[in-house]
Ligand binder design. Structure first.
Ligand code: PLP
Length: 289
């Protein structure tokens, strides 16, 4: 917790240390809530509308209704101002839970105000060497629920798998279900096989990443075909390049998976191209807004 960080909590700006979450908040009790993370560069928000759209989707799946949705972006701008982040890189975290009610599993039968928390914090991207040289990842059997399309705050399985990766000195853990590569604990996954780019199709078994969407858009723009089909773990030895995509992660090459190199063990040419396209895309986007 950063001393003096100003956050937005249930309609008010306050120091983060003064936020008091009720022990009856359903987010606290059940993980009954959703969240979003997006980025700002020198005060400009990157792809915020798409993140808000996904937040709306997650909320709709939980049947949480918010009247102040259009206030989120103005609040974020105020947070950037109040925390002196206008000339820095920052991540914005938005969390909405069903609100405070006595403990019962089904939704409250009376109207309850959702709890809204928004924070903007300075962000330092991954070290340049990670992007240049690539990172290590591990695979593990997916033990999550089957509504991964909802960006739920209940992230225990992602936490356990991320820790398993950390225990192996790996950057990410990649989930496998029925033999198929799904996504990472906090990223989507792309693989190159026979010169073709593959990624898992949108489904309830993955979070539909905004970065994933941008990569697919860029492939179309630059006439690179991308096949939205999952690859099988048996095909891993034939994978020539592998990379992760995520808001904080950006485009991260994976050069070592479990105990073997991916391809030559170096960052591949297609991954490099996507990295460049992605960075340029961010720059062009920020210039446009
Ligand atoms: C499970 C999971 N998959 C994919 C992603 C990547 O999504 P995005 O590109 O929108 O950050 C995330 C991001 O947090 C995630 O948690």
């Amino acid at each position: 917790m950063t001393e003096k960080l100003i956050v937005f909590y249930n309609g008010k700006f306050m120091q983060e240390k003064n936020v008091q979450i009720s022990p009856n908040d359903r987010g606290f009790v059940f993980g009954d809530g959703v969240y979003e993370v997006f980025r700002s560069y020198n005060g400009k928000l990157f792809y915020a509308d798409e993140h808000i759209k996904r937040l709306q989707y997650s909320l709709s799946q939980l049947r949480i209704e918010i009247n102040q949705m259009d206030q989120i972006i103005p609040v974020v701008h105020q947070l950037l101002e109040k925390n002196d982040l206008r000339k820095k890189e920052a991540t914005i975290y938005v969390q909405i839970t069903r609100g405070v009610y006595k403990r019962m599993h089904a939704f409250p039968d009376e109207k309850v105000d959702p709890t809204i928390f928004i924070r903007a914090r300075e962000f330092t991207p991954n070290p340049y060497s990670f992007f240049k040289k690539g990172v290590k990842a591990i695979t593990l059997e997916d033990f999550r629920w089957s509504r991964c399309d909802i960006k739920s705050v209940a992230l225990l399985s992602n936490i356990l798998s991320a820790q398993q990766a950390a225990d192996c000195d790996a950057y990410e853990s990649i989930f496998i279900r029925n033999g198929l590569l799904l996504e990472g604990s906090h990223t989507n996954v792309f693989a190159v096989m026979n010169g073709q780019l593959y990624t898992h199709p949108e489904s309830n078994y993955i979070l539909s990443g905004i970065s994933r969407e941008i990569v697919i858009h860029l492939c179309k723009k630059y006439n690179l075909s991308v096949i939205e089909e999952a690859i099988h773990e048996k095909q891993i030895p034939q994978v020539e390049e592998l990379f992760l995509a995520g808001t904080s992660t950006e485009i991260m090459p994976v050069v070592y998976l479990n105990n073997a190199d991916i391809g030559t063990g170096n960052v591949g040419p297609l991954t490099r191209r996507i990295q460049d396209y992605y960075r340029n895309f961010i720059e062009e986007y920020l210039e446009r807004i």
